[in-house]
Design a protein around this ligand. Structure first.
Ligand code: PEP
Ligand code: MN
Length: 462
């Protein structure tokens, strides 16, 4: 799979239009209701930023995006599993080599556990290299009597609670592009340059084996090692194992940014969003007749849509008609985020309705966003047991309906943070004060991520 895809990518060539795509219809969203839009305060700076982004090189190539679509078609057909993980909100200062490598390593470890334990190919994807824009439920935030614009992700404004920092500054879009480029460069180096070599499974482990998740991982790594040594002795060519495909993804919230980075593929003239391989539409911006859905219906990338607990089958079918009228395998992914309490009630009708309409999207569980609670000490958190419960509910429902539980989308970090409660090495509220780092939603830490991978492996394997 790996070697072939690389050849495919190279054979596709890499040329895209120098400037933004001019395909008719790409600006139709400008006439439609647009939610979550920033109020850029300096029109000149905005024009300059958009003009600059219109001329920069693409972050991803159309050929890679097409390969991803075929991988997702395999997922839709029940032959592979999609693993997506990363920060809720990336930050410029947090885009360092160590942090990026820890996150990539966590996803590689989870994928190794899943691939080995469930004997299923895993499509690996990061919420990385572009996950800078955040939807907010309120436009403003009030602290101690002072009201300022909400933090909307570092592509729009700063996290510091000052008027200066919270101003919507379009120049941040250019910085987000450059940070995405340097992040993706490192991700490509890690995954293509030998770091992802399956012979390194041991080296990815970090921390003490007294931790239950690490000890279990070590056992799997030893087994993979044995299998690899066997294949080595049997004369298998290892070149392909040195590399792995790894795809970038983010929420396509900021349409000014996405539009400026749209390019035409030199092979076909089709428009591609070149900010990432995969883009998703958030729960707050998925109205079928509004701007976000319209714009994303017009680019060739595989598209995801988050679906919350109020989504009806009719809503999902209407979205599929708009986003995937040709019913192209791998084009459309539904990412459900129902909450552990509701998933068993609301998911069956949704999935059955979509199935009965003859559609086969990729179905992914996001067990994070329906399970956010406020801890007694005021922090936004999630309980590991709720996350596990939603994942189990997702598998149960799809098993009952005969549909494929195609993937998991989680907020995680490779670092030893304390943001989600519980896990085998229990995280408690008292740890938040010192080890809560997220600027937005709480993430699984490294060991909670591995623990989740083991649980999903067990659910997938039978
Ligand atoms: C997110 O993925 O960080 C997010 C905001 O999700 P949702 O749109 O599902 O609320
Ligand atoms: Mn989030």
């Amino acid at each position: 799979m790996n070697a072939a895809s690389r050849d495919e990518i190279l054979a596709f060539g890499t040329a895209t239009s120098e400037g933004p795509a001019t395909t008719p219809g790409l600006d139709a969203w400008r006439e439609l209701p647009l939610r979550q839009a920033p109020q850029w305060h300096d029109a000149e700076a905005f024009e300059a930023a958009v003009a600059e982004l219109g001329q920069v090189p693409p972050l991803v190539f159309a050929g890679e995006v097409d390969v991803l679509r075929t991988r997702l078609a395999d997922v839709a057909a029940g032959e592979a599993f999609l693993l997506t993980g990363g920060d809720c909100a990336e930050t410029f200062a947090g885009s360092t080599a160590n942090r990026i490598s820890a996150r990539v390593k966590t996803i590689l470890q989870m994928a190794a556990v899943l691939t080995y334990g469930a004997s299923v190919p895993v499509v690996k994807m990061g919420r990385i290299a572009g996950q800078f824009a955040k939807p907010r439920s309120s436009d403003t935030e009030t602290r101690e009597g002072v009201t300022l614009p909400s933090f909307r992700g570092e592509i729009v404004n700063g996290y510091d609670f000052t008027a200066q920092s919270r101003r919507h500054d379009a120049r941040r879009m250019v910085q987000a592009y450059h940070t995405s480029a340097s992040t993706l460069n490192l991700v490509r180096a890690f995954t293509q340059g030998g770091f992802a070599d399956l012979r390194s499974v041991h080296r990815w482990n970090q921390g003490f084996l007294a931790n239950p998740a690490y000890a279990r991982y070590e056992e799997i790594a030893a087994e993979i090692d044995r299998a690899v040594r066997f294949m080595d002795a049997a004369g298998v060519d290892f070149e392909a194992m040195r590399r792995t495909e790894f795809y970038s993804a983010h929420e396509a919230l900021l349409l000014d940014y996405e539009r400026a980075l749209t390019r035409e593929d030199s092979r076909t003239g089709d428009p591609y969003a070149t900010s990432a391989h995969f883009l998703w539409i958030g729960e707050r911006t998925r109205a079928v007749d509004e701007a976000h859905v319209d714009f994303l219906s017009r680019v060739r990338n595989p598209i995801g849509v988050k679906l919350g607990p109020t989504t009806t089958a009719a809503d999902a079918i209407a979205l599929a008609e708009k986003l995937d009228p040709q019913r192209e395998p791998g084009r459309l992914t539904f990412i459900t985020r129902m909450g552990a309490e509701r998933i068993r009630d609301v998911l069956p009708d949704l999935v059955a309705g979509v199935r009965d309409a003859g559609l086969s999207p990729v179905w992914v569980t996001d067990p994070m966003h329906g399970n956010t609670v406020t801890a007694k000490n005021g922090y936004k958190t999630r309980r590991f047991e709720d996350i596990m419960d939603e994942v189990t509910g997702f598998f149960d429902v799809h098993r009952q309906l005969g549909t494929h539980p195609g993937g998991m989308h989680v907020e995680l970090t490779g670092d030893d943070v304390a943001e989600c409660l519980g896990g085998a090495d229990v995280v408690e509220e008292s740890a938040f004060a010192e080890h809560y780092e997220s600027l937005c939603d709480p993430r699984l830490n490294h060991q909670q991520s591995l623990e989740l991978a083991f649980a999903v492996t067990a659910a997938l394997a039978h």
